[in-house]
Write a protein that binds this ligand. Sequence first.
Ligand SMILES: [Zn+2]
Ligand SMILES: [Zn+2]
Length: 248
Amino acid sequence: MRGAETATTRTGRPAFFAPLLELLAPSRCGVCDAPRADLGGGGVCRACWASLPVLDANAACPRCALPGNGSPCASCRLTPPAVTRTAAFGLYAGGLRTLHHAFKFSGWDLLAAPLGGRLAALALATGITDGAHALVSVPSTGRRNRERGYDPAMLLADETSRHLDTPRRALLSRRRDTPPQSSLSAPGRRANVKGAFVASPRARGRVLVLVDDVVTTGATLFAAADALCAEGAAEVRALVLARTPESA
Ligand SMILES: [Zn+2]
Ligand SMILES: [Zn+2]
């Protein structure tokens, strides 16, 4: 017992505190493992932040942010979603994919602040939150949030809201837990989330901006927007961290 109390790391810190310090102030970049001297916020180095695959909004579908030629994609032309516009920070690839995994699956929640700052800058550049009454995060299932200890989309929305005049409002909840979307095909994803959300009557007459981490087919985002529109939302837009290059 005494040995455990007095054990220290190479730096002389008590061993007990080493994992805690690593969480609060990581010593290496969470994406490329570069040493701490190069860190540029959120435990990620400046080179990794600079090399994230940013999405060109002028060459993406305005409804679902699918990369293309800037016109509505075939899917949005065929079945226009309840979301009128989507702004996405980057492509779900390379460093952004690694960073997202750290944020969502490895407990790296200190990424929320710098990511929220980037989403706020995107909101201002695109005008996606202009005239909006509130940001509404797309809720993950309760079980998955309990497992990781936080709701990634809610954290992102809170950090984004801090830079804008637009508050976050909890106007959506999950009606039921659904299997993870990543395990399903595109038609399966739509069926999986259809009716999964229930919105508050306080959505009525409001212009709302959904905030989520990753859009793959848009099925989750569109189901969330359907629920808000069913309660009378005037308009629903979306602000997301990453968009997959294809609706796979
Ligand atoms: Zn790095
Ligand atoms: Zn589209």
